[in-house]
Design a protein around this ligand. Structure first.
Ligand code: BGC
Length: 878
């Protein structure tokens, strides 16, 4: 396989980059986005930022100036009339973070925009396709209507259904549905589900913030009689089964409730509004049980056929109850929803005991099983979902079901039950729950099931895939794929630890995976939302719970800096990878408050003795005060840097001084200068000190030599938990031993990622090296960011963040003969690949217009400074 094939084989991005390069010599402007979203509908951000990309196959091409024109209608935009905003010509190379600075935008405002860009040769390029966005409802008061549901007694009631009919009195020119329902809702209009969101709204602290969706329903509302309906599920709002970390006691708990506002505009300029209120009807539906952990039971005999269509006889239905509803403010999500993103066809169905079948989906993922069945009314098919099989080949849930022993036999965990109506082929999948699984145990199936009877629906926040890595070693390619699968399995409006046992927003797991996410996906809008959840979660003292959202568990000193640092690291990575400063700006006061909390609770000597440490280690245990203190130090450094970026000079100095103080304390407490080691000398302890910058000047070489010895002592294996694993690979890379890091990464015996591949047939990353816990965790996933950083050699430059300038420094190591990485960054597609030919290395680098790079060619000591374009360079393999 040649280089080109390696790259283009990666993904469509490879093809896209090539297509762009071959296009023509002029600069093209494309990928117009608002708040990192393409043409968002129902935006909540009042000061949205715009971005675009420049494509050119010319070397060193850049933008000299831009002009953004923003209009209130397509027609005005076409006439070049920027009635909302016209930036005028701005001399700037900026193509991202351009903040809308026009007339104040009100609710529902439709916005159309375009951009003109001048390149350095004075040539003009206008966006090929204009962009648009539409504002949501910006003020809770505008909603009108009320929360409605089945009333207070409905705590564990079957999922209520709500409906009403309305008349559209003229030709409909525009219609919007603003809707939410807690825990989960499904909106129906005239016989059909509206939109393609699933498990909506996203998870928040419902007593602080409730997300709603905006749908364009112009096509669905018709002149004359219409019917609107909502089905409700319990989700995270109403956790009524035993839950890890006490969600059954969450302060926001309440019976499911819906809030709807439907606006219909007519050709004659008139408008009608339908809101949720006591005028709606309430019925019970076919969902007889639903629970975020338990699953969902559905009795098709209880379906109310036609309930969401006009003319349905709802005389047997009651009036809907007006509910207090969640206390949180209604806000627009400003991120992509959860969707069904793929359909999995099972590999096999085996009968493991008479009448007990096990479906193997062939891969582990988050989502739901879909059943296709024919049989008699009343027959119930039970589908229990899990990640592993026991010795008897039957489904085994012990590692993921915390309450397996406490739970009554009648209580479900990751279970879907379907009772047939006996009406031909029936196809069903759960709506209001999701599971993590590869296997489905099926009982009660009428007849003998085959693979045709099942499918897997993959569900996660529908982030865009922006990067791919490939190389000549299949173990590494497998790791990369498994990391991607684990990341997506753990992305459901918040980043989670696992899609099974907890489904919680564990902060430590998330910051460790954030960089791999930025190379592979486009997680910024979701992280922006999740950082708001941090705001909502922060305790009065400044402390943070380890899971966010939290129903009250995890505050105080139990979790500590190594997890809480997500609040610092994620905005900081967003700054590095996107050049975005807003997140730092918005959360700055709360970051300062958190630092105050730790400072108030630290030891007299300035170190920190609380919190979780290097979690899920292999054998060596590292004292947790070491990693806690190091993160406290790092938080102060980030805060100081953030202060600098935000122009707060005094704060920058203050936090830098504080950080220096912590460094002194850290060294005093943990550094053994005689033996040039830290604490008990584990790989984690040594690499932590090096990674975080906590080694006294002059000792780095000796400490690093000890780290190398510690790795060699394990026959080039790591011996770390989740924290150390990230430090180790990066420290080896940054100290010139990428070869040793590669040896560690390429192992296939314990402990290594390859062990999961080779010995376990895994398709996702696991929670523990020895495979004793969950089989779908992302917390060991930073290795796939390391592939980009080290092997493709693509890194953002801290000094010119957001890939304005890139550092390209691929490592030609071990038995690797080729490697290629490609990332669609906020400024366009950047790729780097190389191939060994004898002792030569053929390297190819591609940079979009407006991006510069320092390129280290293998065998050359100094970097070459280049501008945009494609470069094929030959280097020397060591
Ligand atoms: C979660 C982890 C988490 C850890 C911290 C576990 O139960 O699954 O991913 O970070 O707890 O205590």
């Amino acid at each position: 396989m040649n280089l080109r094939q390696l790259l283009t084989g990666l993904s469509t991005f490879g093809l896209m980059a090539l297509a762009t390069a071959c296009n023509s010599s002029a600069t093209h402007v494309g990928r117009l986005r608002c708040e990192y979203l393409e043409n968002p509908m129902g935006l909540g951000e009042r000061r949205p930022r715009l971005s675009w990309e420049l494509n050119s196959d010319e070397r060193g091409q850049r933008q000299a100036a831009y002009r953004v024109v923003v209009a209130s209608s397509k027609e005005k935009l076409a006439r070049g009339q920027g009635d909302l905003w016209d930036s005028g010509r701005v001399e700037s190379a900026e193509t991202t973070q351009v903040e809308y600075a026009g007339k104040e935008l009100g609710s529902r405002q439709g916005v159309y925009w375009t951009v003109t860009s001048w390149d350095q040769d004075g040539r003009v390029a206008k966006a090929q396709m204009p962009g648009m966005w539409e504002m949501g409802l910006l003020d809770g008061q505008e909603w009108g209507g009320k929360w409605i549901g089945a009333g207070k007694d409905a705590l564990v009631a079957p999922a209520p259904m709500l409906r009403r009919e309305f008349e559209a009195r003229g030709k409909v020119t525009n219609a919007r549905a603003y809707v939410t329902g807690v825990g989960y809702y499904e909106l129906h209009l005239n016989g059909k589900k509206v939109g393609d969101h699933v498990l909506d709204p996203g998870y928040t602290r419902f007593d602080k913030r409730v997300l709603y969706a905006t749908y364009d329903v112009t096509e669905q509302v018709k002149r004359g009689k219409n019917a609107v309906g909502v089905m409700l599920g319990t989700g995270w709002y109403e956790v009524h089964t035993l839950a890890v970390w006490n969600f059954e006691q969450a302060p926001w708990r309440g019976a499911p409730a819906a809030r709807v506002r439907l606006e219909v505009e007519y050709a004659d300029g008139g408008k009608d509004v339908v809101v949720s209120d006591e005028g709606w009807k309430l019925g019970s539906g076919p969902i007889v049980y639903d629970s975020i952990y338990g699953g969902e039971f559905y009795d098709a005999r209880l379906e109310k056929k036609g309930w969401d269509e006009a003319g349905y006889d709802d005389s047997g239905w009651k009036g809907a109850s007006v509910m207090e509803g969640p206390k949180g403010t209604l806000v627009a999500p400003d991120m992509r929803p959860i969707r069904v993103t793929a359909v999995v066809t099972p590999k096999s169905v085996k009968e493991v005991k008479p009448g007990v079948f096990v479906v193997d989906m062939g891969r582990n993922f988050a989502g739901v099983p879909e059943l296709r069945v024919t049989g008699p009314a009343g027959a119930t098919v039970k589908m229990r979902c899990g990640e592993r099989l026991g010795a008897d080949s039957g489904l085994h849930q012990d590692e993921i079901d915390v309450y397996v022993k406490k739970r009554g036999a009648d209580q479900a965990f990751q279970e879907a039950r379907y009772t047939l109506k006996g009406d031909g082929t029936e196809v069903w999948s759960p709506r209001f729950s999701y599971m993590g699984f590869q296997y489905v145990e099926v009982t009660g199936f009428p007849g003998r099931p085959t693979v045709e009877n099942f499918r897997g629906l993959v569900m996660h926040s529908d982030v865009e895939s922006v990067g791919r890595f490939r190389c000549s070693n299949p173990v590494l390619n497998w790791i990369d794929d498994a990391a991607r699968a684990a990341y997506l399995s753990n992305l459901h409006s918040i980043p989670t630890d696992c899609p099974t046992r907890e489904k919680n927003g564990w902060t430590g797991d998330a910051h460790l995976a954030a960089e791999m996410a930025m190379y592979h996906f486009d997680p910024l809008p979701l992280y922006a939302k999740w950082m708001n959840d941090f705001d909502d979660a922060q305790g009065a003292a400044g402390d943070l719970p380890g899971i966010i959202p939290s129903g009250g568990w995890g505050y105080g000193k139990q979790i500590g800096p190594a997890w809480d640092t997500a609040y610092f690291h994620i905005p900081w990575y967003v700054y590095l990878y996107y050049g975005d400063t807003r997140m730092l700006e918005r959360h700055y006061p709360r970051l300062a408050k958190y630092v105050d909390y730790v400072t108030a609770n630290r030891e007299k000597d300035g170190t920190v003795s609380f919190g979780l440490g290097d979690w899920a280690p292999y054998e060596a245990q590292t004292p947790f005060p070491l990693t806690s203190t190091a993160y406290y130090y790092r938080d102060l450094v980030i805060l100081s840097e953030a202060a600098k970026v935000l122009g707060k000079g005094e704060d920058a100095r203050k936090y830098k001084d504080m950080a220096e103080g912590v460094k002194v304390a850290f060294i005093k407490r943990f550094f053994d200068d005689k033996n040039e080691t830290y604490a008990n000398g584990t790989q984690t302890a040594l690499s932590c000190a090096l990674y975080q910058g906590l080694v006294p000047a002059g000792h780095e070489g000796a400490v690093f030599a000890n780290l190398v010895k510690a790795v060699e002592a394990k026959k080039n294996h790591l011996d770390c938990g989740i924290l150390g694993t990230k430090y180790l690979l990066n420290v080896l890379l940054d100290h010139g031993r990428a070869d040793l890091a590669y040896a560690v990464v390429a192992q296939t015996d314990l402990p290594s990622w390859g062990y999961w591949m080779k010995e376990k047939g895994a398709t996702t990353l696991y929670e523990s090296w020895k495979d004793v816990d969950s089989r779908n965790h992302i917390m060991f996933g930073d290795v796939s960011a390391w592939f980009f950083r080290a092997l493709a050699g693509i890194r953002p430059d801290e000094k010119r963040p957001g890939f304005r300038h890139v550092l390209i420094r691929p490592q030609v190591v071990g038995d690797l003969t080729e490697a290629a990485g490609e990332v669609h960054t906020v400024r366009g597609v950047i790729s780097s690949s190389w191939k060994r030919v004898g002792d030569r290395v053929e390297m190819e680098v591609k940079l979009p217009a407006n991006v510069t790079a320092s390129v280290w060619v293998p065998g050359e000591a100094a970097a070459r400074e280049v501008g945009s374009g494609t470069y094929r360079i030959t280097g020397v393999a060591k």
